[in-house]
Design a protein around this ligand. Structure first.
Ligand code: ADP
Ligand code: PAZ
Length: 400
């Protein structure tokens, strides 16, 4: 079962539905809705009555995604699996039976009324940049083997030293791109952004190749050859390098530049070559802007998140090469296993931040210094960072 893809209408499997689900958090972005929720293990349920307070509860964090344009499928999924009951009661009016769920992203504003109407719960809005940062800090500090570099087809996990994590640059490539300088838990500044992002790749790609899905476009790019459409330095310099300014003959001089003089119509280009050129153009551009912003603030570590990355080898390779090239090897591009769920995880963490709940006081054996002083010693930590195909993460929360 892949609840991550939109169009899923079914119920969760027995193991999940028999367990108690709580703390649903949503990140409703320009293109995708991301869900994170916690399910207690069945063993915990047996002990629940005698041992509900002051103990660790083991369970799993679950991740799911839907297309924003198919929000009704997402709401149906939430409803049929009763995920919406995993919110919290209004803190200012505990007597009321009003349930609130945490949500971030533009859709928390855009769809608040629809969610109220369809699910009968209200949205408590969490600020998007705060959530991205909280999610990234949580993953970097609490999940073993979360961050990695990707270069020349090789994935290498990065050891994160908790005492030497900040400052870093977080580049979230969603529909658009936000670049955030992170200085600590809850300490950050959005220093830049660009509208040329994942939405641009998917939007232009769909128009130019007639692809029906994002994954199909990625798959095409895998098979294509960008040299058919991109104008290379060698095309301009008669096959030679332009060594004086450090450009090899194979460097792209002008993305899509060959299409000017080829005298070919769109249909005469292979969709796979178009997809490849487009992916290189967008990834290169983001890698370069990211590096220039890192340079502005002397940041050596750049973490890339957002669903545009999609753990796609060629995308990561292109971004890594761009960062490496422009920084002359000084800065490193790093990627995250849960790349697309930073905002949703941040919204999930905010259940704790605002002290709304007694059942997720994420806690520490491995003390994870949570993103807000309000949380104090309450934190959430994964037990072993096990990813299970990105669908869920073993996790333990503290019942205060
Ligand atoms: N299944 C998918 N459908 C659409 N876009 C996808 C999909 N998987 C990855 N993407 C890419 O991810 C981008 C959205 O990333 P995301 O981080 O979810 O941003 P947002 O919060 O703006 O929705 C899309 O613009 C597209 O480039
Ligand atoms: C407006 C947004 C924060 C919304 O987030 P998204 O849904 O794209 O993840 C993002 O699209 C963005 O940062 N766009 C770039 C805008 C700019 O700085 O030019």
């Amino acid at each position: 079962m892949d609840v991550r893809d939109s169009g899923f209408h079914g119920k969760l499997d027995d193991d999940q539905s028999e367990s108690q689900i709580s703390h649903l958090a949503l990140d409703i972005g320009g293109t995708l809705i991301k869900l994170v929720y916690f399910s207690r293990n069945k063993d915990n349920l047996i002990d629940e009555n005698k041992n509900r307070k002051n103990s660790f509860v083991e369970g799993r964090l679950h991740f799911a995604k839907f297309e924003t344009s198919k929000i009704n499928d997402c709401l149906e999924f939430i409803l049929s699996n009763k995920l919406h009951l995993g919110g919290f009661q209004h803190h200012e009016d505990p007597a009321s039976d009003k349930i609130l769920i945490k949500a971030t992203g533009g859709g928390a504003y855009r769809f608040a009324d629809l969610i109220k109407e369809k699910l009968g719960v209200s949205i408590e809005k969490e600020e998007e940049m705060e959530c991205l940062v909280a999610g990234a800090n949580f993953l970097l500090k609490a999940v073993h083997q979360e961050a990695y570099t990707y270069m020349d087809g090789r994935k290498e996990f990065v050891h994160i030293d908790h005492n030497d994590l900040y400052p870093y640059l977080l580049v979230n490539i969603g529909s658009g791109v936000s670049m955030i300088k992170v200085d600590g838990d809850g300490k950050f500044e959005r220093i830049s952004g660009t509208s040329v992002g994942g939405g641009t790749f998917w939007g232009l790609g769909r128009l130019l190749t007639k692809c029906k899905s994002f994954d199909e476009l990625l798959e095409l790019s895998h098979q294509g050859n960008n040299r058919v459409i991109d104008m290379l330095v060698g095309d301009i310099y008669g096959g030679l390098d332009y060594s004086k300014i450090g450009l090899s003959s194979t460097t792209i001089a002008s993305s899509f530049g060959k299409a000017i003089s080829d005298n070919r119509e769109l249909e005469e280009y292979k969709p796979e070559d178009i997809a490849r050129s487009l992916l290189r153009m967008i990834s290169n551009n983001i890698g370069q802007i990211a590096y220039l912003n890192a340079l502005r603030f002397g940041l050596k570590r750049i973490f890339f998140g957002g669903f545009f990355i999609r753990s796609h080898a060629f995308t990561m390779d292109t971004i890594s090469v761009a960062v490496n090239f422009w920084s002359k090897g000084e800065a490193k591009a790093m990627f995250l296993n849960h790349e697309g769920f930073l905002g949703a995880l941040g919204a999930f963490m905010s259940y704790v931040k605002h002290g709304h709940d007694d059942s997720i006081s994420p806690q520490s054996g491995q003390r994870y210094p949570v993103c807000t002083p309000l949380v104090g010693d309450k934190i959430c930590y994964p037990l072993n960072g096990d990813l299970n195909d990105n669908d869920s993460l073993e996790c333990s929360v503290y019942v205060a």
